[in-house]
Write a protein that binds this ligand. Structure first.
Ligand code: TPP
Length: 322
């Protein structure tokens, strides 16, 4: 990873964190509705994995946080409009944050029924293969979601057809109030790769460099036509499952322990130590982030809600195949 990329990843992690903090304020003040699953603590994994993609690759994000879209370069005001249900969103205010769709950058959306991402990812991979393209699909999902039957179907099909799909598991130790060890028979989700005869690797999901290296290797393999891989990043959800979650299922000590591994200050300290980041650049990034967010919030305030008569627009596509 060169210095330019390190700074870019740091800047996007910072923007994602500040955006989520702003969203939490808006929700608590009743100025944004919808349902938001915060991704605070998981930004390193999301931003570094997406940094391996080309602009024409496909992305299936999970339901956790905003860093996927920030990393992919979707305008912040569009993300906020989606959350607030306003016209200016990627889904024109009709789907909330779990329906951010941005085909220009291969962002294919997400299913509110978790596990819907797997067949869509395999389907996108199959389309790439049929068309003879060299694109790649990156598919994020949580440890809990890996227990859906669709996971097995998509992994098997992708493996047997050598589809260019990289499956990235964000193992944050919890699925709402269910600890992973009570729902999942294997210690490492990556161990499941053996059942499909594909490479599987577990890395520290709070270390952007480790994530980048592992996902890059998998993406290159997929692009060469060598088939899918499974990469698991061990991480932790530092905030509640949703904004307002009373979090009565986990101890304060456990959460505090993980705050000490927060990927943002950890990467910041590393880059300061390497002199890639300086206090001056850091202050500039913070100021730039604040200005971007202020401008985006102002834009959202002025946007209208979608008109009821447009409710049936954009929800159905006539297939040319008939
Ligand atoms: C099929 C399905 N079952 C249950 C839910 C409700 N639900 C939303 S998020 C979530 C937890 C998912 O856990 P995990 O995949 O580990 O991701 P995390 O929330 O920890 O990021 C659940 C059960 C859902 N949306 N879809």
């Amino acid at each position: 990873m060169d210095n330019k990329l390190k700074l870019d990843i740091y800047r996007k992690m910072l923007l994602s964190r500040r955006l989520e903090e702003r969203i939490a304020e808006l929700i608590k003040a009743g100025q944004a509705g919808g349902f938001m699953h915060p991704g605070v603590g998981q930004e390193a994994l999301q931003v570094a994995a997406i940094a391996t993609l080309r602009p024409d690759d496909y992305l299936l994000y999970a339901h956790r946080g905003v860093a996927y879209w920030v990393a992919r370069g979707i305008p912040i005001e569009k993300i906020l409009c989606d959350l607030a249900g306003k016209e200016g969103g990627t889904n024109r205010g009709k789907g909330g944050v779990m329906r951010v769709v941005y085909p220009e950058l291969g962002v294919l959306g997400e299913s509110g029924t978790l596990g819907g991402c797997f067949p869509i990812a395999a389907g996108a991979g199959l389309s790439i293969k049929v068309k003879g393209e060299d694109k790649v699909v990156l598919c994020f999902f949580g440890d809990g979601t890996s227990n859906r039957g669709t996971f097995h179907e998509a992994m098997n099909l992708s493996a047997v057809r050598k589809l260019p799909v990289v499956f990235v598991c964000e193992n944050n130790g919890w699925a709402v109030s269910m600890p992973t060890e009570r729902s999942t028979a294997v210690k490492d989700i990556s161990a499941r790769a053996a059942g499909y005869n594909i490479p599987g690797k577990t890395v520290d999901g709070n270390d952007p460099e480790a994530v980048y290296d592992a996902v890059k290797e998998a993406v290159e393999r997929a692009r060469k036509g060598l088939g899918p891989s499974l990469v698991e990043g061990k991480t932790y959800r530092l905030w509640g499952h949703w904004i307002g979650d009373p979090e009565n299922y986990r101890s304060r000590e456990e959460v505090e322990k993980h705050w000490r591994r927060d990927p943002l200050p950890r990467f910041e300290q590393k880059l300061l130590g390497e002199k890639v980041l300086t206090e001056k650049i850091k202050a500039e990034f913070e100021a730039e982030t604040r200005a971007t967010l202020d401008k985006a919030v102002e834009f959202v305030r002025k946007q209208p809600f979608p008109k009821p008569e447009t409710a049936l627009e954009d929800v159905f596509s006539e297939s040319s195949a008939g």
